[in-house]
Ligand binder design. Structure first.
Ligand code: FEO
Length: 395
């Protein structure tokens, strides 16, 4: 059921406690998510975004408890991805002539998804819609995170409906940033940024600077996933500015996979070497095959350097490490140093392959890496400790 955010604005979305995978299997959602839809009742009535299709029927039924659907004057589709547009077909089947405000790209994508000729009204940055006491202003937010994305700003209430930006996959009945556990909230917010927005960081910086240049008061940031920022909402804008600028903490991540523990023992020895040089640095080890890939990506995002390790198998690397390297290449991390390691039995290609993949992913590879034969003996372990110390000394 809905709840009021302000006198004029009611949340009418869906909290999805069960969700554990998003974007197919690309994104883990340990804490579920929500699809936030907002109903504005002013002299005109406006619906901003809907929910994912599996909840469309429930959404429309609940919406009818808040308003006679025929009294909805405008629908705004800030973003056409199906988690926000999924209830449009069912809703517009009931109120087919209702104008759908979106960007030109949004109209194209909605048509391509649903093959319906709805009453689209395309808008650009600066276009406005008077709805009574309040005015809505549209701000295109291209590539945050799709070509169609936009924000809608509501004057009077001073609410920025930011769609995916500033959101988190985080189910909570509490719904506000001053009520939820902030450690959980920021863990989900940075994971969302690291895994979804990293490739678009230059757009993030420019868009935020543009929005700030409007000098609009912002009392509330209401994203389309997770909790609503009402206590000092600018805090998440400041975080996004930090995260967009090649963010890093004093942390090094070691990602590896191992067949018979030789590469794992190398990883642990390298970590020991790093810590021998820098007692303050956080060193975190992840077996790529056993770890949640999105959690590992988040830790890489927070790191100043990474090491990737793999045994050699079939003249190549192990598939979980290969998958991680494909992910980091796509995300386009910047300003991170890297090195490779791995154990081998006879041909021993893994380290050279890792080096190539790290370079292709734009990491700064600081050395040739280290490989050790079969199960590392005491001398080999000592070489790995020294390798870790040398690596740390180069940072
Ligand atoms: Fe939450 Fe890009 O959709």
């Amino acid at each position: 059921m809905g709840f009021k955010i302000t006198d004029k604005v009611t949340w009418v979305g869906k909290i999805d406690w069960e969700l554990r995978r998003f974007h197919g299997d690309e994104y883990s959602t340990h804490r579920g998510s929500s699809y936030n839809s907002y109903l504005i009742k002013d002299k005109k009535n406006v619906l901003i975004d809907t929910v994912w299709a599996p909840f469309a029927k429930e959404f429309v039924e609940n919406l009818k408890k808040e308003i006679d659907l025929n009294k909805i004057d405008y629908i705004i589709a800030n973003h056409s991805e199906v988690d926000h547009s999924g209830a449009l077909p069912l809703l517009l089947a009931e109120i087919p002539n209702t104008p759908v405000y979106c960007t030109a790209n949004g109209a194209k994508i909605l048509k391509a998804h649903y093959h319906e000729d709805w009453n689209f009204v395309t808008v650009k940055t600066g276009d406005t819609l008077d709805i009574g006491d309040s005015k809505l202003t549209f701000v295109e937010a291209r590539m945050l995170h799709w070509p169609d994305s936009m924000f809608t700003y509501m004057s009077g209430e001073s609410i920025l409906f930011s769609n995916d930006a500033f959101g988190q996959h985080y189910a909570s009945e509490l719904m506000y940033n001053d009520l939820v556990d902030n450690a959980e909230l920021y863990q989900e917010a940075i994971k969302y940024y690291a895994n979804i927005l990293t490739p678009f960081s230059t757009f993030v910086t420019k868009k935020i600077e543009e929005v700030l240049s409007f000098n609009l008061p912002v009392n509330i940031i209401a994203p389309s996933h997770g909790i609503i920022w009402r206590d000092n909402p600018v805090q998440i804008i400041q975080k996004y500015m930090d995260w967009a600028k090649d963010y890093q903490e004093n942390q090094i991540v070691i990602v590896y996979d191992t067949m018979w523990n030789g590469t794992r023992r190398m990883a642990e020895a390298i970590a020991k070497g790093i810590r021998s040089v820098d007692k303050d640095v956080a060193v975190k080890l992840f077996n790529a095959a056993h770890s949640d890939k999105n959690d590992v990506i988040t830790e890489i995002f927070k790191s100043k350097a990474v090491l990737f390790g793999s045994s050699t198998v079939n003249k190549s690397i192990m598939h979980a490490v290969g998958g991680m390297l494909d992910m980091v290449k796509g995300l386009g991390f910047r300003n991170k140093k890297a090195a490779a390691f791995g154990s081998y039995g006879w041909s021993g290609e893994s380290v050279a392959i890792l080096n190539e993949k790290l370079k292709a992913a734009k990491f700064e590879v600081v050395n040739d890496g280290i490989k050790e034969l079969w199960n590392p003996d005491k001398d080999a372990i000592n070489r790995c400790v020294q390798f870790g110390a040398d690596f740390a000394a180069k940072l």
